[in-house]
Design a protein around this ligand. Structure first.
Ligand code: ZN
Ligand code: ZN
Ligand code: FE
Length: 735
């Protein structure tokens, strides 16, 4: 008999790991102890070598559902005497690298109890156990103990306390444990009636409000949702008008997978995602166009998700209809996480379903899609953060990466781990920058992290760059935007060799001061060489050109035809007045406020204008979505382009597209041309793995074509192709 010390790292805290170890030790009649420390879980065990081996084997095999072991270290320790096996209170230590589990949807057992009239938590909207429920959204700091979460305001009743302290109970150390008597409470406030109801009646009141066509704000896991009956066109129209969101698609929450199947054609992999413990929004092919015309006008896709908390389950079971569920926020502002911020939306909702458990860390819903059997993360947040991503090498310094300016995320990196924050959003308002800073503080606080290096985007005017410069006594590292896009994918797929990266993107500042976005980069972690790019065109009016595809198209036309472009009888020209056209020509010719760009994202905009589907964008990414709808799989041909000296001249494409009679043909051939462009440039680099990223690769059609043509292509799966993936890439650069 010897004494062994076993150190386990990974997702091992707050997931029922210690009671699991306790039960296992009891089974093998082994004495010793188990405790959480800031590194993970530490087990001390008196055992023979054979017993130890059996114990470890079964431990690996029968892990609790949410646990994940990254490493096990076993050392022989100084002999110690034990008279039983004990779970010992948490030890504090200096470096905090234990991984915090994300917020997870309600588990099957809790769901069963929720609807069991004999259970003491029957219909309790906050029922939870060690295998499910909130975590990240309620934690102040590690270690994950009740005292460090917003649950510390609630004093456990005797019954809950007994469950919480019993290692054999499913709720042993389930930090958010509570019941009707002692836990968080629900309250419904209906504005028109000055009415407040609590408890079970709050649910029926909320359902009644929704049935009547009202808009309800519901406090969820990482923020508030605005919700209405998705089968009620008037309610949706009211929500669109009040939220000033005329056409941008809404996500729909459905009661269960059966209801989801009534609204969309769902493949196996998509069903797995919908019903997974993370419960993301999944973008699917809609099968009910009448519903789509309201929730996603002119688009055949629909974003669905299933209820992930007992509260949502209770509402949807009783309502028995799909609901629109969109994040409650003011345009450009972050998701509302407390009643004070929600009240700014007072004119939007008719009632609030509120509870008294504070949201410490805001967290949006995650958004995923499946393309050619590959999972694409469009927004990484609830359920997925703060799960760490492994680096293929060890970081030399503790690194904080601040991301870009749109769809921001931030990351901390140490050793071989990178922890990415949830989706923060665009940094276009004071409120969103504050929220962004709060997310940085949260990451640094939870992990007690002091960065030695701060990585940021090359763009000097990005808010994230300004924040980077506020850090003192750190090494600053400016990383080119598209290099970071490609690096993110390399990290995700543990690629250590040089790669050929295609970054098709909206915009990002290039090393030459121009706005890049149609880039071909040969990269490793140390740096990149720009081997080719889409030839520059001018963005007339700078920022304005991003909002107005017609400006991009006009610039492309000037590039092809000079002033004669103004004589063309095509939608782009018709979208302007004669005075505007003349002024824009002068601006183009003289290069007044007309920065050079090689952006593939802008090219999409330009094409959308030329074929007449979109002249002025209402929401970001609209052109791409609309062009997707027009793609015809049967069309196999493409347009001409020229490739010389690393420059892709797209003038032949533009000239041909405006002569095309059929819009569908024009759009389809445009998509095919992009793939031809990639193939042409890649031809000289086929010895390198092909990596593709950047916001343009959120386009389902383009991705499908890319994967069909290059089945071995590496694309981002766990991180978004958009700027949400930048922080991961920044962390890994120059190593
Ligand atoms: Zn549970
Ligand atoms: Zn209780
Ligand atoms: Fe980007």
């Amino acid at each position: 008999m010897k004494t062994y010390k076993i150190v386990l790292k990974g997702t091992v805290q707050g997931v029922g790991f210690r009671p699991f170890v306790y039960q296992l030790a009891t089974k093998y009649k082994l004495f010793g102890e188990v405790l959480n420390n800031s590194l993970g879980v530490e087990i001390t065990l008196n055992a023979t070598k054979e017993e130890l081996e059996l114990f470890i084997e079964e431990l690996k095999l029968k892990l609790p559902p949410l646990a994940k072991i990254d490493s096990i270290e076993i050392i022989e320790a100084e002999p110690q005497k034990f008279s039983s096996f004990k779970i010992v209170k948490t030890k504090e230590s200096k470096s905090k690298v234990a991984l915090l589990p994300p917020d997870i949807s309600i588990c099957k057992e809790c769901e069963k109890e929720l609807f069991d009239p004999n259970n003491r938590r029957y219909l309790y909207p906050f029922i939870t156990c060690t295998n499910c429920g909130v975590r990240y959204s309620i934690i102040e700091k590690l270690p994950y103990d009740r005292i460090n979460t917003s649950m510390h305001f609630f004093k456990m009743c005797k019954k809950c306390e007994a469950e919480y302290s019993n290692p054999l109970d499913r709720r042993y150390h389930a930090q958010p444990i509570g019941c009707f008597e002692c836990g968080p409470r629900l309250e419904l406030r209906v504005k028109s009636e000055e009415l407040r109801v609590s408890g079970v009646e709050a649910i029926s009141g909320a359902v009644e409000l929704l049935r009547g066509g009202g808009i309800l704000a519901i406090k969820g896991v990482g923020g508030y949702h605005l919700v209405c009956d998705a089968t009620n066109s008037e309610a949706i129209a009211k929500l669109r008008e009040r939220k000033n969101r005329p056409t941008k698609p809404f996500a729909i929450m459905v009661k269960d997978i059966e209801m989801a199947k009534e609204l969309a054609n769902i493949f196996k992999k998509e069903e797995e995602l919908l019903t997974s413990k993370e419960r993301p929004i999944v973008i699917l092919n809609s099968s009910l166009l009448t519903l789509n015309s309201l929730v996603a006008p002119n688009i055949s896709k629909i974003g669905l998700f299933l209820p992930y908390t007992p509260l949502h389950l209770l509402i949807l079971k009783e309502l028995n209809r799909p609901i629109v569920a969109t994040s409650a926020n003011i345009t450009d502002e972050p998701i509302c996480t407390n009643i004070e911020s929600l009240e700014k939306l007072e004119n939007v909702y008719d009632g609030v379903l509120e509870h008294n458990r504070n949201i410490v860390n805001g967290c949006d819903d995650s958004v995923l899609m499946v393309v050619k059997d590959r999972v694409i993360t469009l927004r990484r947040a609830r359920g997925y953060t703060p799960v760490s991503i492994k680096l293929p090498f060890k970081l030399k310094q503790k690194t904080l990466a601040l991301g870009a300016n749109q769809k921001s995320t931030v990351a901390i990196g140490f050793n071989k781990e990178v922890i990415l924050s949830p989706h923060i959003g665009d940094l276009d308002s004071i409120g969103s920058v504050e929220y962004y800073k709060k997310n940085i503080e949260t990451l640094l606080r939870i992990y007690d992290f002091k960065p030695e290096t701060v990585a940021h985007d090359l763009h000097p005017n990005y808010e994230s760059t300004k924040v980077a410069k506020e850090f003192k006594n750190v090494e600053l590292k400016a990383v080119q935007h598209h290099f970071a896009h490609i690096l993110g994918v390399m990290v995700e797929h543990s690629i250590s060799s040089k790669v050929f990266g295609v970054a098709f993107d909206g915009t990002g500042l290039g090393s030459d001061g121009n706005l890049w976005g149609g880039e071909f980069l040969v990269c490793d972690y140390k740096g990149f060489e720009r081997v080719a790019h889409i030839e520059y065109f001018k963005l007339i009016g700078g920022e304005k050109a991003i909002k107005e595809p017609r400006r991009v198209a006009l610039s492309l036309l000037f590039k092809c035809f000079g002033k004669e472009a103004l004589e063309l009888d095509i939608p782009t020209i018709k979208a302007f007045s004669q005075t505007e056209l003349n002024a824009l020509y002068i601006a183009w010719q003289k290069g007044l406020n007309a920065p050079l760009s090689s952006s593939a994202g802008r090219l999409f905009d330009g094409i959308a204008s030329l074929v007449g589907v979109n002249q002025v964008v209402i929401y970001e990414g609209e052109s791409g979505l609309m062009l997707e709808e027009l793609y015809d799989k049967k069309e196999k041909s493409s347009y001409q382009f020229e490739y010389k000296d690393g420059k892709i001249d797209i003038r032949p494409l533009i000239k041909a597209i405006i002569k095309e009679q059929s819009t569908i043909k024009a759009v389809s051939k445009f998509f095919n041309t992009l793939i031809e462009i990639i193939a042409t440039v890649y031809k000289n680099y086929t010895h390198l793995p092909l990596v593709a990223s950047g916001g343009v690769f959120q386009n389902r059609v383009l991705l499908e074509l890319l994967i069909e043509r290059f089945p071995n292509v590496y694309i981002p799966n766990k991180i978004p192709p958009n700027d949400g993936g930048i922080a991961l890439g920044q962390t890994a650069s120059f190593n």
